[in-house]
Write a protein that binds this ligand. Structure first.
Ligand code: DX5
Ligand code: ZN
Length: 219
């Protein structure tokens, strides 16, 4: 990924009008971030396979599925079959990142690893060139609309250094509290796929919100 993009998270959309909200993005971005929560790894429940499968029929966006679930191994095939393009699991939720990455890739998807803000960043650095995406969580996973945690910027920087040192093209993503005030800081630290839920779908005009976030970086 040479430039950058915003990945709107539908967690903050109106689920009663989901396709309307997604269509409201009007070609301002290429990715859609899909948050899956199981009530075990995080204290919340969200969407799962049927919702992703349904919106797949109506959207050409790149589906960036973020699994906040225990036992991701059991569900990756279902999420691949539902139409995910990228599947990201949490490093805290598996004992074998390597074979999970292989299995996700074998299903035809890009494989991402997410890291919780309480997990030492060193744990993910060895994976910098061994997966397709690293997702640095900048809030505690589970809910949209939280504030960007201080310290996230330094964590992004550390992962950026590791990716660059390895000469890899792994996508560096950040998730949580990204808004007009924080997006530039995360980008400057090296994040290139910036997830934004509340800042996009909490806005009156989601398309304008995405454009506004992008302008914080390009202007
Ligand atoms: C939180 C989710 C995020 C969430 C981000 O656990 O992983 O993707 O939707 O929401 P905002 O941008 O509102 O912090
Ligand atoms: Zn997410």
């Amino acid at each position: 990924m040479n430039s950058f993009d915003i990945a709107p998270s539908i967690l903050s959309a109106d689920f009663g009008y989901l396709m309307r909200d997604i269509d409201n993005l009007k070609g301002t971005c290429e990715y859609l971030h899909l948050d899956v929560m199981d009530g075990h790894y995080v204290n919340n429940l969200s969407i799962g396979v049927p919702v992703i499968k349904s919106i797949r029929k109506h959207s050409d966006l790149i589906f960036d599925t973020h699994l906040m679930i225990t036992d991701p191994e059991r569900y990756i095939k279902a999420f691949a079959d539902a139409g995910s393009d990228m599947i990201t699991f949490h490093i805290e939720c598996t004992k074998d990142c390597g074979s999970l990455i292989d299995s996700i890739r074998a299903l035809g998807c890009k494989a991402g690893i997410a890291i919780h803000p309480d997990t030492p960043i060193e744990e993910i650095l060895p994976w910098a060139d061994k997966c397709d995406l690293i997702l640095v969580m900048s809030v505690r996973p589970g809910f949209g609309g939280q504030g960007y945690l201080e310290g996230s910027t330094e964590r992004i920087r550390r992962v950026r250094e590791a990716i660059d040192a390895a000469g890899a093209d792994t996508i560096l993503s950040v998730d949580g509290g990204i808004n007009l005030k924080t997006v530039r800081e995360a980008y400057d630290a090296g994040a290139r796929l910036l997830v934004a839920g509340n800042a996009v779908f909490g806005a009156e005009d989601p398309a304008k919100a995405v454009t506004g976030l992008k302008e914080c970086i390009t202007v």
